[in-house]
Design a protein around this ligand. Structure first.
Ligand SMILES: [Zn+2]
Length: 71
């Protein structure tokens, strides 16, 4: 495996086509805005998706804490 390309989380705006970068906090907040045209998007997540995202967020924060402790 040599694919080290970083994938930014996000998707293309259905209105203007520009890339909308998202993060877990934004998705969980339930409101995402396109910075280009101002379109408001509501992520359609069921409870299972939200739980999975929260677990990912927890894991990320733990990793951050570990890194902070080592510095
Ligand atoms: Zn847009």
């Amino acid at each position: 495996m040599s694919n080290t390309q970083q994938q930014k989380p996000g998707f293309n705006c259905p209105e203007c086509g520009s890339f909308i970068q998202t993060n877990i906090e934004l998705i969980l907040s339930g409101k995402i805005y396109c910075s280009s045209c101002g379109l408001e998007l509501t992520p359609q997540l069921d409870q299972q998706d939200k739980e999975a995202l929260k677990k990912m967020d927890d894991a990320n924060q733990k990793l951050r804490d570990i890194k902070r402790d080592q510095n």
